[in-house]
Design a protein around this ligand. Structure first.
Ligand SMILES: *Cc1c(COP(=O)(O)O)cnc(C)c1O
Length: 343
């Protein structure tokens, strides 16, 4: 057993604050609500999240994967292509779920995970007859938490509107993009037809995600959620916990991003800046020699630093509120030792 553990395998491992725990416990003392829609905590949560996103209506769902999958079913009821970056979460982690919808992945040329306005304009022109769903991810997970370049979304939204095609934003980490850029969530959700936002990662709700958009879409999404057995009841305690979690998010995420920059700078000074990405938000990527990622991860794990192998040559660090700034030198030391040991 090691004395100290810094677990950066995912930002969903953020410790839940006592405000969140107290809110959950408090809501358990209320009279439970029968159905979604009847619960005051849920109504309060959705109205705050919709205000933040500038959306008309929202649906509280168990996971962001489900929020994405409900969106696919609403926008492509008879299947068709989902046009997105090749390494987007919907194509990599969610490919099996996507397969169940009858939708098919259509990779679009991109830069640092973000499909370019020109590439999507070309695709829509060449495939005028095919109903499709255009898909964005901000920040982009596998591109190392990269932020979509300013102006691209509005331009892409313009192309989609012209072609009368829906545009979905997988904003699982939109919180991080907004904190890093000093933007409002609403301006980062501008122009999209629907947006999915995680509550269990950056902000540290007990669990859950929100799908938001126009009221007509969300009414349809509510039916799809029921069909997918995703209506959780009673909902009050989880909604109350999520509501507590979203307070003060911006300052907390600034702190996470600074921690990420400190860890990356420490690693770059030891391993070089070819191996270590320069984080824009809370994710650091370590590019390892072919075949070494698993060994580096195992060596670091035994010494109390947990990170996630993405492939045999790529390791992800997801920084969250539980990664102590004082532990940065320790983390840098362990990962450097692991690298030197394996190579
Ligand atoms: C984590 C993640 C999801 C899915 O969230 P879950 O709540 O774990 O289902 C979707 N998209 C992106 C980009 C993610 O990083």
């Amino acid at each position: 057993m090691v004395a100290y553990v810094s677990d950066m395998r995912s930002d969903l491992l953020v410790p839940r604050s006592s405000a969140v725990v107290d809110a959950v416990a408090g809501a358990f003392r209320d009279r439970p609500a029968m159905d979604s829609g009847e619960d005051p905590h849920e109504a309060h949560l959705l109205s705050q999240v919709c205000d933040l996103l500038g959306c008309e209506a929202g649906l509280f769902l168990p996971t962001c994967t489900m929020a994405n999958q409900v969106a696919v079913r609403c926008w492509l009821p008879s299947g068709g292509p989902v046009a997105a970056d090749a390494l987007s979460h919907i194509f990599t982690v969610e490919h099996k779920a996507l397969g169940l919808t009858g939708a098919a992945p259509q990779a679009i040329p991109s830069q640092a995970g973000h499909i370019t306005p020109q590439a999507i304009a070309d695709y829509l022109t060449e495939n005028e007859q095919t109903p499709c769903l255009v898909w964005l991810e901000n920040t982009h997970n596998l591109a190392g938490g990269s932020i979509m370049p300013a102006g691209w979304q509005v331009e892409i939204a313009g192309h989609c509107a012209e072609a009368a095609r829906p545009l979905h934003l997988d904003g699982s980490r939109l919180w991080n993009a907004a904190a890093a850029d000093g933007q409002e969530l609403a301006s980062l959700a501008e122009g999209v037809s629907s947006v999915a936002l995680s509550l269990n990662k950056a902000v540290g709700a007990p669990m859950g995600a929100v799908l938001a958009g126009p009221r007509a879409l969300i009414e349809q999404a509510d039916q799809v959620r029921k069909a997918m057995s995703g209506e959780w009841r009673p909902i009050g305690p989880l909604a109350a916990g999520a509501l507590a979690a979203i307070q003060g998010w911006r300052e907390r995420l600034h702190h996470d991003h600074e921690t990420a920059r400190e860890i990356a700078a420490g690693l770059q000074s030891r391993l070089g800046d070819v191996a270590v990405s320069s984080p824009e938000t809370n994710i650091i990527m370590l590019h390892c020699p072919m075949g070494s990622a698993g060994k580096i991860v195992a060596f670091a794990d035994e010494r109390g630093v947990k990170v996630l192998p993405i492939s045999d040559r790529l390791i992800r660090f997801a920084i969250h509120g539980g990664v102590d700034r004082k532990a940065v030198p320790f983390i840098v030391e362990v990962v450097t030792k692991a690298w030197e040991h394996v190579l």
